[in-house]
Design a protein around this ligand. Structure first.
Ligand SMILES: Nc1nc2c(ncn2[C@@H]2O[C@H](COP(=O)(O)OP(=O)(O)O)[C@@H](O)[C@H]2O)c(=O)[nH]1
Ligand SMILES: Nc1ncnc2c1ncn2[C@@H]1O[C@H](COP(=O)(O)OP(=O)(O)O)[C@@H](O)[C@H]1O
Length: 203
């Protein structure tokens, strides 16, 4: 029987650098499959449909919910975000690792369905630095920045539910730590598989 792939979930407050870290990770990790999310939020300049997100209307998104096509979804600052179920399940079945970059409410839903997933929380060096990053990115109005910071405090409270916490002080260091986690999880699973095989052989 073919081993299933491992599901990795990167989560954390908005503006902490999830997108930046994930993009850098994918520049150098060829063995991970990124699950592209569905969203109702507007496309930002430079974003591409089917690359950054699948952009949908609220009606279309609600139809996906009704049809059970989402592994998880959340309403975040007045927009829906969700993970297509089929892609994740089929890719894991093929023995490939899947990587999700999602906010905290969605990550907790994934934990219910995939408790064996590896949950990584990206943490800001400080709340002040988190605010600077959101403001400097310049994609949000002042009101939205305040909403995102309020959300961030709630999200940080959920940190205990994660397997690993990685501080995003520098992007390169955070990427290295995530790669080390991925490698360690593979070694762990190989070791368990070997022990299991040995027990079966001894019987
Ligand atoms: N639950 C859930 N959250 C998502 C998904 N895709 C993206 N997000 C999260 O939604 C939040 C807002 O994303 P976005 O509007 O792209 O802003 P940004 O990540 O702050 O640049 C971020 O925390 C994302 O990680 C998804 O499929 N499900
Ligand atoms: N380690 C870092 N040091 C300084 N700035 C960072 C770092 N990581 C990300 N940023 C910046 O912070 C802002 C938010 O990053 P982004 O990846 O959009 O966050 P998220 O996806 O978590 O909302 C961006 O302007 C990005 O360039």
């Amino acid at each position: 029987m073919k081993e299933k792939g491992i599901l990795f979930i990167l989560s954390g407050p908005s503006g902490v650098g999830k997108g930046t870290v994930r993009k850098r990770l994918f520049e150098t990790s060829t063995n991970l499959q990124y699950s592209i999310s569905v969203t109702t939020r507007e496309k930002r300049p430079g974003e591409v449909d089917g690359v950054d997100y699948f952009y949908k209307t609220r009606n279309e998104f609600e139809e996906l919910i009704r049809n059970g096509e989402l592994l998880e979804y959340a309403e975040y600052v007045n927009n829906y975000y969700g993970t297509p179920r089929k892609y994740v399940e089929e890719t894991l079945e093929k023995g490939l690792d899947v990587f999700l970059e999602i906010e905290v409410q969605g990550a907790m839903q994934v934990k219910e369905n995939f408790p064996e997933g590896v949950f990584i929380f990206l943490f800001p060096p400080s709340l002040e630095e988190l605010k600077n990053r959101i403001v400097n990115r310049g994609t949000e109005s002042e009101e939205l920045v305040i909403n995102r910071l309020k959300e961030a405090r709630k999200e940080i409270d959920m940190m205990d539910a994660y397997d690993y916490v990685v501080v995003n002080d520098s992007v390169d260091k955070a990427v290295e730590k995530i790669k080390a986690i991925i490698q360690a999880e593979h070694l762990k699973r190989e070791r368990i598989a070997k022990q299991y095989k040995r027990i079966l052989e001894d019987e």
